[in-house]
Design a protein around this ligand. Structure first.
Ligand code: GTP
Ligand code: MG
Length: 454
């Protein structure tokens, strides 16, 4: 009941759904009257400079002052190179804790950092999937990731539905991009990759990357890219597409769309190439430079993610993924937009209908619980009666055995008493005989002495 009231309370508090006042209704009526349907918008010419061209500057100033936020989710198995790549992309040293392989379930570890470049402040949240792919049973590996993304959407929705909402200062934790790390050592995607990406594609912008691509030859890399993309397409996984509507970025973005998944190499080490120091990896047989576009796609990924399409990723998150989540949630709560026949949506009616539905469900649950309780009591009663019967039987048996024993003992007692009596009789007889014998022997020596004197 509490959760039901809470969701409805949240809904009521949204200003979007406040019923129009009389005044507002009149205004709507007037605007409809003076702006008839199908009337074209008229263009008005200005006869002098009014300063509209500074509007974008104003916008930029405000946005710069407020700062930007960008949230990245890294999904990939333990040790695949997630932390190293993030450090490489941001040319920075984020905290890096090695994950163990023994976690019983996948955990999501978010870390937020404030980064400043020139006068631009960026609040980055990097979320790592700890223990992804380590469990024996991988069926539930993607659930914590889905839950995490949904929780961030729900937090935003809760804020949006408050009476006193502060979306301007709200720390938006919704995930703007998911870097999905594909292992380089297989023939293609693993089942876990496909299942996870399929579950995430309607919730987040996915950009797949082939991790540790320095372990692949040029041909192997080309083949792996083709195989991965064809598997994703045949399984209907929707990846994030770099937008091509804007002419300024259409060319680069459409070219990048054909190069997915990006082959990445991570490194925080400096190596010397000629007389230059660059980030790279040194091997016994040579070296690889992470920022060299002939060696890997790290620069392309950085360009796409942090320079060209950051705002699009944020917009897609808000207008596509969050919108879908919000719509499903509100529909779940029973809301509808006004229908085409101008039947306005009645909040009161929907609330009543939902309340009735909820109470009916509650009643049904109560009834089934009561029935369950009665059945359990009946079962316990039958069980008790059976136990009582069994105990009674055992008691009767013991009683019979006891009586038998008692009878036997009494019989024995009687026999022993008889034996004792016989023994006593024999004893008395023996004592009598002994007494007589003693008397007889004491009179005889006296008689002998008398005979001697004679
Ligand atoms: P957990 O957070 O523990 O799951 O690991 P992770 O995915 O963050 O991997 P991390 O970045 O800690 O890298 C693991 C190991 O792989 C380290 O020894 C890195 O030096 C190495 N490594 C990272 N990126 C690359 C790469 O592109 N190529 C190669 N060959 N090794 C890499
Ligand atoms: Mg890590």
């Amino acid at each position: 009941a509490t959760s039901f009231t809470k969701s409805w309370y949240l809904f009521f508090t949204t200003t979007n759904f406040t019923p129009p006042s009389q005044h507002q209704q009149e205004l709507t009526f007037l605007s409809l009257k003076f702006a008839p349907k199908n009337e074209e918008m008229r263009t008005l010419e200005l006869h002098g400079h009014v300063g509209l061209n500074s509007l974008p500057d104003e916008l930029v100033k405000r946005r710069v002052k407020k700062g930007f936020s960008f949230n990245i989710l890294c999904v990939g198995e333990t040790g695949i190179g997630k932390s190293t790549l993030i450090n490489t992309l941001f040319k920075s040293n984020f905290e890096n804790e090695e994950a163990t392989h023994y976690d019983e379930e996948v955990k999501l570890l978010p870390r937020t950092y404030d980064i400043q470049e020139s006068n631009i402040n960026l609040r980055v949240t990097v979320v790592h999937t700890v223990g992804f792919g380590d469990q024996i049973n991988l069926l539930k590996s993607s659930d914590p990731i889905v839950d995490y993304i949904d929780t961030q959407f729900q937090k935003y929705l809760d804020e949006e539905l408050k009476i006193k909402r502060s979306l301007l200062n709200y720390h938006d934790t919704r995930i703007h991009v998911c870097l999905y790390f594909i292992a380089p050592n297989g023939h293609s995607l693993k089942a876990l990759d496909l299942v996870t990406m399929k579950k995430l594609d309607s919730k987040v912008n996915i950009i797949p990357v082939i991790a540790k691509s320095d372990t692949l030859t040029r041909n192997e890399l080309v083949n792996l890219k083709i195989k991965v993309m064809s598997e994703l397409v045949s399984n209907g996984v929707q990846l994030y597409q770099f937008p091509t509507e804007d002419e300024a970025v259409a060319e680069i973005n459409s070219s990048m769309n054909t190069q997915l998944p990006f082959a990445v190499i991570g490194s925080t080490e400096d190596i010397t190439v000629g007389n230059k120091t660059v980030k790279g990896r040194m091997y016994p047989w040579g070296s690889v430079q992470v920022e060299n576009e002939n060696h890997c796609d790290v620069v392309k990924l950085r360009e796409m993610l942090l320079r060209v399409n950051t705002e699009d990723l944020r917009e897609q998150t808000h207008f596509r993924h969050y919108e879908l989540y919000r719509r499903c949630k509100l529909e779940e709560m029973g809301f509808k937009d006004p229908s085409n026949d101008n039947q306005s949506f009645s909040l009161q009616k929907t609330y009543e209908a939902k309340r009735k539905e909820f109470l009916k469900e509650l009643q049904h649950k109560e009834e089934s619980m009561r029935q369950m309780f009665v059945n359990k009591v009946k079962e316990a009663e039958v069980e008790l009666k059976e136990k009582e019967k069994e105990l009674q039987g055992r008691f009767e048996l013991l009683k019979t055995m006891h009586q038998e024993e008692k009878r036997n003992l009494e019989e024995k007692k009687r026999e022993m008493e008889e034996e004792m009596n016989a023994f006593n009789r024999r004893k008395v007889a023996a004592e009598t005989l002994m007494g007589q014998a003693v008397q007889g022997s004491s009179q005889q020596p006296f008689k002998k002495e008398k005979d001697k004197k004679k």
